[in-house]
Structures are given as C-alpha cells and as structure tokens.
Design a protein around this ligand. Sequence first.
Ligand code: PLP
Length: 412
Amino acid sequence: MSFVKGLKCRECGREYPIEPIYVCDFCFGPLEVVYDYAGIKKNLTRAKIQSRPQNLWRYRELLPIDGEPIGSLYSGFTPLVKADKLAKVLGLKELYIKDDTVTHPTLSFKDRVVAVALTKAKEFGFDTVACASTGNLAHSVSAQGAKTGFKRFIFIPASLEQSKIIASLIYEPNLIAVEGNYDEVNRLCSEIANRYRWAFVNINIRPFYAEGSKTHGYEIIEQLGWHAPDNVVIPCASGSLLTKIWKSFKEMKEIGLIQNMKTKVFAAQATGCSPIVTAIKQGVDVIKPVKPNTIAKSLAIGNPADGFYALQVVKESGGYGEDVSDEEIIDAMKLLARTEGIFAETAGGVTLAAAIKLIKGGYITKDSVTVICITGNGLKTQEALIGHTIKPHQIKPNLASFEEILKNINKQ
Ligand SMILES: *Cc1c(COP(=O)(O)O)cnc(C)c1O
C-alpha cells in the first residue's frame, strides 16, 4: 500500500498526479512528492521498521513507490560509526560518521536515489534509463540498470576521474563523454529528455529519485537510537541530499517516531565550486552560478538545481556553511583514514574539512552530538591522492635490506 498523495509545486503549491514530470506547468517551480503522514503515522512503528531487512526499503512507506522494489535490494543501512579517535583530534565529545563509503553496491550514497528511481521508472513503463552525472551517479545507474534490465544512456563530463569512467564502463552502458562541464552536460540532457521517452533519473524522474536520499537521514535517526543529532554536516553538489536529509528528520517527527528535532544543518562545498556556501556566507538569497575548478569532481555543480532550497534549510535550521581548498580536502581525507580507518573520496574530504572549520569557527560546539555525512568511497578518486600520500619503503629481496629500513622506521 502506498501513502503517496501526489506531486506538489514547491513554489505555488499546485498539485499534480504521479507522473514522470518535474516542473510546475504554471510557475516552473520544482515538484515534490507529498505523502499522507496521518496514514503513515497509524501504520509505521519503530518496531515494524526494526523487524525488516537492513536495507533502505525498511522505510518504504516513506518512499514514492507503489509495488515491490526492483534490483539493488541491498542498498542502504550503511554503518553509523562512533568516531572517538577523530572526535579527540577535533576536540568534540560525541561525533559520528555516517559511512556511505561501504555496503552500497557501487559504494556511494547515489545507490539510494538510483534504487528508488529505477523502481519508479519500471512502474512508469520506461525501458531506457539515463542520467547526467558527476561520476557516482554514472556508476550506480550503469550497475543497477544492468541488473534490472534497462537500456542505459549515461552522460558525463569527459574530464571525469579515470577510475569512475572505468567503474561505469565495466557494466557496458552507452557512456557519452561530453566535452564540457557538468552544467553543460545537464543542459544537453534536458534537451534530450524533451525529445526521447527515457527515464532521466535526475531530470524527469527527479522528484522520485531525490526521495531516495531521505533514507540516509532515517538511518542516522534510527542508528542514534531514535534521536536526531544536534548538528549534521552535509556535502552539496545540486543541494538535493541536504534538503532531503532535512525532510527526513522533519518526517520522523511528524509521524511521531522521534519527539524532538533541533538539528542544525551545515553545508560543505569545495572553494573551487561553492555557489551555495557563498550565498550562505554573504547572507543573500540568490545563488550565483560558478565555473567549477576543484578536485572534488562529484560535487562540481556550478549551477545547483536545489541550491536555493538548500540555502533555506540551512537558514531555517540555524546552521551555516563552509568551503575548503583542495589541500584541505586531501588533508581531511588522510585524517579520516588515519583516525577512523575510513577511505573516503574527495567529497568526504570536503565534508570533514568543512566540519573542522565549523568547529574552529564556533558553529559546532564541543558538547553537542554531531554527524558528518561521508558519501562516497576513496577507491574511486585515487588520482587526487597521487603524490600526496606517504611512500612505500622499497627494498632488495633479502633480510639485510629489510633490517636496514627497519632501523630507520624504528628511529621515527
Ligand atoms: C552526488 C554526490 C553528493 C551530493 O549530491 P547532491 O546533488 O547535493 O544531492 C555528495 N557526495 C557524493 C559522493 C556524491 O556523489
């Protein structure tokens, strides 16, 4: 049974039936899925959720699908790691890493959105799925689309990391490398979406796709023992994940699964592409598009579709935002690995480095409970680390050669 009521324009409030549409015909505002929360409240309990398999479908009443989910049944329910060693370095009492680098089939949070998008695309009767991607979405649609039997058209900026291109190609989709940045890829895809009847997961299926991100937030609350954290630090590309984590926290309160929610939401971006954080810092309501130039390629969206709404969430919650340099990103990736044993991609470096600045700036205080959202695996962005890690000790294949370097290691 589905509790979805329909689609609603975020700007003018006009309502629409459930169809593969994404903008309001009247004001061009984005459409959002609305639910019958009273019905969900009566039906969904903590115990019911906890009795279900550990994947994102345990929250299915809060997701916009009608029938059974397809494919990727094992996405979601990633670990919430109590990061005591990192907390000590940062001077915090209670710190958690929501670790989306593991568990998912393609090792990033994009498996959440794609699981929902492909299920919905099947319900709408599409035979072809497509996306405009900064890398992780390409990987996830390629993989989950293979398993679920869709034809796949994947559009990426040609300058993407080699490892992400290969990670997509192995599933043999139609991979289209566009000579341009993500914003140009996305503009081209909007044109293509108007012409062909394909399910573009982040264009015409976007209202449904984006709802998948809420599961990252539900899991945080469940894994904190049904409590919302005081602070959550979230990386932003289009800004969608940030708005949906906020929606998920609000929904948990609305349906009575938590009593209080006073979470402050913090946005993290790379200085080389920080249109959302710039607006937060300047205290303005207009997101000024930028030309991205950062090693955090998965976050390199210069004209963020949900930027304005992300900004509103940050303001409403009493949060803030920080941007960080490429050097700070790499340092944070290394710190996370060295303290917590987690190998995050560049986007994870952005989020941790931003959190460090927010602590230094007094926006995140020592006694509060903080969750840092780490959204993708470092094996996919190894290029960014070349020349920035420690070096192996090279030896001859004999004991003397080993003991020679061991002396030096012991001296350190
Ligand atoms: C896509 C992506 C994000 C952010 O996505 P939004 O467009 O803001 O929803 C964050 N981290 C990683 C690793 C991503 O691939």
